[in-house]
Design a protein around this ligand. Structure first.
Ligand code: AHR
Length: 492
């Protein structure tokens, strides 16, 4: 049969490392992400370790979570870290003005976050408050967490039970400061950034708030105004959410037909264009690609589930989300020279989550299984691919049927494919180069229907299954990608 898609692997050019942090996650004080999702308190009937859900710890570890961003999001620019340390009954509460105006009791703070990261084996990434915080607060937070000097902040940390500093490398300075983080202009924010960054010396990898979507001017101004201050900036963020229609009409997470499947996937493919265009601007000021692009918020954003608090952003997760995850992760891998970290929003019970919880019950979403499958790419070397593929057409419009990335680690070549077409199997021929492989195997995430999802108390409809692959012959491997699937092929 004639292949509709061919993929050439440039195994001789596998030089760029795919940072494991590209597989990062994000946990904000929003809805039931922290409270109920991660933290239930020590007195809860739900099995926990020091208040953290055991089932969630196990699932995140099993998925190989490399990194977690906290405490926001918009919440970060309202958060005063000193309210979240010390004896819990003495911690003041606050109102979470961005997310449902609920009262936040601050029982989950710096110690709890860093303790949780240690439990799940993830690097922490802390987002500092610029919008309503002070330079002194920021400076003291970094000192409290990272310093081994004798100082008022390290004394306070020790008094609160932590002798040794934590090893926190990644610090974000503000979040969406063009919007919820203070409605600033890029000129004003870049000055503020330099101010905050110069008083947070213990933060070894500082990330400036970057643009949203197509705001290329923001990237330009930030890069221009920091180009002669290289020691102050290691990363610049980018936020892009996949929204089926628009902010007013986002569509249902589960009740959709092929038109919204197509629209969602075509919107998510824009990530590639955005990374290319923002990178071109970054290249102008930073041709050596010293500043990492940090896509610290991405994923689907649908209407909340009927009957749930609109401020809690709780949505279900279907096979469509699995495709969105697979496509974006392939895109990030392919841009590993510039994209150094990415964080899907958000880990649990908020937007495109890998885990949903209800009381003591837990659901692993289709997105979870894609992250688990793709974890083989973490810290592997990117194999550049040349892809020729057919078009998936719908209603007079079309997108590429297949999306791919490949990597090599410890003698294993891993190739991940997404077949966006929900109606057609795609024949793929892979030219694997001169190598001889003795063994081939595969895994797949797919389902009967485009909107299948996993739900509480029901058998899983979407999970990770094994996928049969024949060994390559004469440097060529043929596979058939089932319609609407995410597939991993491994050769060794
Ligand atoms: O992830 C939800 C929200 O989306 C974040 O708080 C904010 O940064 C973005 O607008």
């Amino acid at each position: 049969a004639i292949a509709q898609t061919t993929v050439n692997l440039h195994t001789d050019q596998a030089e760029t490392k795919i940072n494991g942090e590209i597989y990062g996650h994000f946990a904000e004080h929003l809805g039931r992400c922290i409270y109920g999702g991660i933290y239930v308190g020590e007195d809860s009937d739900i099995p926990n370790i020091r208040g953290f859900r055991e089932d969630v710890i196990y699932a995140l570890k099993d998925m190989n979570i490399p990194l977690l961003r906290w405490p926001g999001g918009c919440f970060a620019d309202t958060y005063h870290w000193k309210d979240g340390i010390g004896p819990k009954h003495e911690r003041p509460s606050m109102v979470n003005v961005h997310w449902g105006n609920v009262t936040e009791d601050n029982s989950f703070g710096t110690h709890e976050f860093l303790d949780f990261c240690e439990l799940i084996g993830a690097e922490p990434y802390i987002n500092i408050n610029v919008g309503s915080g002070t330079v002194q607060e920021a400076s003291e937070w970094v000192e409290y967490v990272t310093s081994s000097n004798i100082s008022p902040m390290t004394d306070l940390r020790k008094k609160n039970g932590r002798e040794e500093p934590w090893d926190v490398k990644y610090w974000g300075i503000g979040n969406e400061n063009w919007g919820c983080g203070g409605e600033m202009t890029p000129e004003y924010y870049s000055d503020l950034y330099r101010h905050f960054a110069s008083f947070t010396k213990g933060a070894s990898y500082k990330i400036a708030c970057g643009a949203s979507d197509y705001d290329y001017n923001w990237t330009d101004v930030l890069m221009k105004n920091t180009q002669n201050k290289q020691h102050l900036i290691q990363g610049l963020s980018l936020h892009y959410y996949t929204i089926t229609h628009n902010w007013q009409k986002k569509g249902s997470a589960t009740g959709f037909e092929e038109d919204e499947w197509f629209l969602t996937l075509s919107k998510t493919l824009k990530m590639d264009e955005l990374i290319r265009n923002h990178s071109t601007i970054m290249d102008k000021y930073d041709p050596e690609k010293r500043v990492g692009m940090i896509v610290d918020e991405w994923g689907t954003w649908f209407d909340v589930e009927p009957g749930t608090n609109p401020g809690f952003l709780y949505q279900q997760n279907t096979l469509r989300d699995a495709l969105v995850a697979g496509i974006n992760l392939n895109v990030f891998n392919n841009h590993a020279d510039r994209v150094k970290m990415a964080n899907i929003a958000q880990a649990i019970n908020v937007l495109q989550s890998v885990i949903l919880t209800k009381e003591d019950d837990i659901v692993l979403t289709p997105t979870y299984y894609v992250f688990k499958m793709y974890s083989v790419h973490q810290d592997a070397n990117l194999i550049p691919t040349f892809l020729k593929t057919s078009r998936y057409e719908f209603d007079g419009k079309s997108v590429p049927s297949v999306n791919v990335s490949a990597s090599e680690k410890d003698g294993v070549t891993s190739i991940t494919f997404c077949n966006l077409n929900p109606n057609k199997t795609e024949k793929v021929e892979i030219n694997v180069g001169g190598k001889n492989f003795a063994d081939a195997n595969g895994q797949i995430v797919t389902a009967k229907n485009i909107n299948d999802y996993n739900d509480f108390g029901q058998e899983e409809k979407v999970s990770l299954k094994s996928f049969e692959v024949k060994k390559p012959k004469n440097g060529k491997l043929s596979i058939e990608l089932p319609a609407k699937s995410v597939v991993l092929v491994q050769l060794q």
